[in-house]
Ligand binder design. Structure first.
Ligand code: NAP
Ligand code: ZN
Length: 367
């Protein structure tokens, strides 16, 4: 067997009402919390109320930043940092989808390292963080169990993920917050989790223990496929999607994501395509690059598909991709990924040529 080093330091607390049932855990984090959320959803899905009740119950103070946008920018992160420093907070609680949680993680790094600026953040020099709690309210990014924090940098025309150890200390995972998630958000985020599982499984850094986690994630996902197609979700399916997403987060922290994520940042950045759907655009073409491959066949069978075309048909049932792309855009996206995202290229088991990258963009985006 191949040598491996597996790492997952986050305490995961899973189940209905897990925040209220474990309110004391907040006490171990500090005396004052900075809660970071998006603009609306945490106020209507019950997550913000539960967190504030738990903090009140154990006598921990709090301040709220509720202005995180989708695909959060570095400017937003720096605003959160300012608030955190002004309010002298001890720890950070990110509530929401990946956007709010990632912004909270990055801000916690900046508050802990006041001597570090954006340049040093980009260089991956922020390596320590204030204590962090995550409360996911989408079932997709797995950021509640990852070391990453994905931030939009307009000066680079893309998103960056320079942190390599931004694991939350505690993640409270309760599917009740996802019950009223709209169908489109549910599908986009579920497919993000699926792409994490797939990319981590066929990643050049894949190894047995991580694969075992992924295989269980894929099996859980299979049990949700008909609900995703019908766009109707029982509570049990909501829990399975959330757990699959957390397993996928653990998986990408230990091997990583791959080309669909690298390429997917382009439609997200330039055409506002949501993250999960953006990754799905490239999945068939990416898997075809492997040729006849035992692991690709195994992952397809674990999610119940006989071939790549069936996986593509599943995506086609979920998403309408009507954005238009020009030849010039394809050329420039190809250059951006080839030049700026060399690390992701090494996630593929062999070298990818510029022609292959161009064709992957072209066949995926121009039908
Ligand atoms: P998101 O951008 O966090 O949220 C998408 C939308 O869903 C927002 O409008 C949000 O509203 C809403 N929403 C969230 N929870 C909801 C709920 N329970 N009910 C109804 N609406 C809800 O989406 P996401 O897909 O979870 O996160 C995407 C971000 O995560 C991207 O920036 C991506 O690059 C990143 N990502 C990070 C990692 C990682 O490991 N760190 C991994 C993959 C992806 P509000 O704004 O009002 O809350
Ligand atoms: Zn993702």
């Amino acid at each position: 067997m191949k040598e491996f080093k597996f790492f997952m330091p986050t305490q995961i607390v899973f189940g209905k009402d897990c925040i209220l049932n474990n309110a004391d855990m907040f006490k171990t984090m500090g005396q004052k919390a900075l809660i970071v959320t998006g603009k609306h959803s945490s106020k209507t899905n019950g997550s913000l109320t539960d967190v504030i009740s738990a903090l009140d119950k154990c006598g921990v103070g709090h301040v709220v930043f509720d202005q995180v946008e989708e695909n959060p920018t570095i400017e937003t992160v720096l605003k959160i940092k300012e608030l955190g420093l002004k309010e002298k907070i001890d720890f950070v609680i990110g509530i929401g989808g990946g956007s709010a949680i990632d912004a909270s993680k990055a801000a916690s790094g900046f508050i802990k390292n006041t001597d570090k600026d954006t340049k040093e953040f980009l260089a991956g020099d922020i390596k320590t963080f204030l204590p962090m709690v995550a409360v996911p309210t989408t079932a997709g990014t797995g950021t509640e169990a990852t070391k990453f924090t994905v931030i939009t940098m307009h000066e680079l025309n893309t998103k960056v993920s320079p942190c390599r150890n931004a694991f939350p200390n505690i993640s409270f995972i309760d599917a009740k917050y996802t019950v009223n998630m709209p169908g489109t958000v549910t599908r986009n985020t579920a497919v993000d989790a699926l792409t994490h599982l797939i990319e981590a499984y066929v990643h050049s850094q894949a190894y047995l223990l991580n694969d075992m986690i992924i295989e269980n994630g894929l099996k859980l996902f299979k049990e949700c496929i008909s609900s995703l197609i019908d766009n109707e979700y029982s509570y049990e399916v909501r829990e399975k999607l959330l757990l699959a997403s957390t397993l996928a987060g653990i998986a990408i922290s230990n091997s990583g994501t791959s080309l669909p994520h690298a390429l997917g940042y382009m439609p997200t950045y330039y055409k506002d395509v949501p993250h999960g759907r953006a990754n799905s655009l490239f999945m068939s073409g990416y898997l075809r690059l492997f040729g006849e491959d035992e692991k690709v066949n195994k992952l397809l069978s674990l999610i119940g598909f006989s071939d790549i075309q069936e996986l593509q048909s599943f995506f086609d049932k979920l998403f309408k991709n009507d954005e238009k792309y020009t030849e010039d855009e394809i050329e420039s996206y190809t250059d951006e990924v080839m030049i700026k995202n060399k690390a992701k290229l090494s996630s593929f088991p062999r070298e990818i040529t510029r022609d292959e990258m161009y064709n992957l963009f072209k066949t995926s985006l121009i039908k």
